[in-house]
Design a protein around this ligand. Structure first.
Ligand code: NDP
Length: 258
């Protein structure tokens, strides 16, 4: 009897934006360990090459890397085209992960930082998906997973532009579902809770904030990057072929309880 393997994604190609470190690198590692050919992405070519070589040696998978700035629409278009070309015209899995956060009191929030947050977290996710979906639609299959946040539905002070960008990711996910579902492409969002990375290091180091996170999270701890990998692999797999336009919170229960 053929083994039942609904989560098998070996041999698929995957592109993870913002995978030079943190959550993106962990997701890329999970995909590589599952037998995918993986494209890392960031902005610094030299450090990306080191990370790429390490991941390839560690996983035995084919790992490629590309560097381009997501705030530049032309770079995004040519960058995504090069990714698809490097995979021989076939991109199976896109993870829109790159993101930034800035914290300022509302009255002092610089408009330039508002623009940057929206550009990286929301506009780039749209542009990358728009471009990457061309080959998916042509083939009639593909998985797009957008990294949202608990801030997609729960607000906190001093990060309103970030929350707005992550709320936007939810409707981006649903809108892309409306655009692409009939072409055999699934688009879902994975919404992490508080995860210990470079992005949150200052919060981890703040005893008062850190205690608030562990107290407010039913699991009573910060999340680790590897806590997100299983859900990503599920959403990228045939097991999720009829799951579309959804948001899956991976947050230790934070959004489930008051
Ligand atoms: P990190 O700061 O650790 O990593 C951010 C990644 O995004 C890096 O790879 C960085 O690349 C890339 N990036 C940032 N700006 C640009 C840009 N202009 N062009 C290209 N790449 C860029 O963040 P996390 O791993 O913590 O976060 C990853 C995602 O998860 C983000 O979308 C974040 O909002 C989301 N998230 C994180 C949570 C957390 O608690 N950490 C919780 C909920 C959601 P480079 O090396 O070039 O800087």
């Amino acid at each position: 009897m053929t083994p039942y393997q609904p989560f098998d994604i070996s041999g698929r190609t995957a592109f993870v934006t913002g995978s030079s470190r943190g959550i993106g690198l962990s997701l890329a590692r999970g995909l590589a360990r599952s037998g995918c050919r993986v494209m890392l992405h960031g902005r610094d070519t030299a450090s990306l090459e080191t990370t790429r070589a390490q991941l390839e040696a560690e996983t035995g998978a084919e790992v490629l890397a590309t560097a381009f700035d997501l705030t530049d629409a032309d770079s995004v278009a040519s960058g995504v085209d090069e990714v698809v070309e490097a995979f021989g015209g076939r991109l199976d899995i896109l993870v829109n992960n790159a993101g930034i956060q800035r914290r300022h009191p509302l009255a002092e929030f610089p408009v330039a930082e508002f623009d940057e947050i929206i550009a990286v977290n929301l506009k780039a996710a749209f542009l990358v998906a728009q471009r990457a979906s061309l080959s998916m639609v042509a083939r009639g299959s593909g998985k797009i997973i957008n990294i949202a946040s608990i801030q997609s539905s729960l607000a906190r002070p001093s990060i309103t532009p970030y929350s707005a960008s992550k709320g936007g990711i939810v409707m981006l996910t649903r809108g892309l579902c409306a655009d692409l579902a009939s072409s055999g492409v699934q688009i879902n969002a994975l919404a992490p809770g508080y995860i210990h990375t470079e992005l949150t290091q200052a919060l981890v180091d703040d005893p008062k904030f850190s205690a608030w996170v562990t107290g407010r999270t039913p699991a009573s701890r910060w999340g680790e990057v590897d806590d997100l990998v299983g859900t990503l692999l599920y959403l990228a797999s045939p097991a999720a072929d009829f799951v579309n336009g959804q948001v899956l919170y991976v947050d230790g229960g934070m959004t489930a309880v008051v």
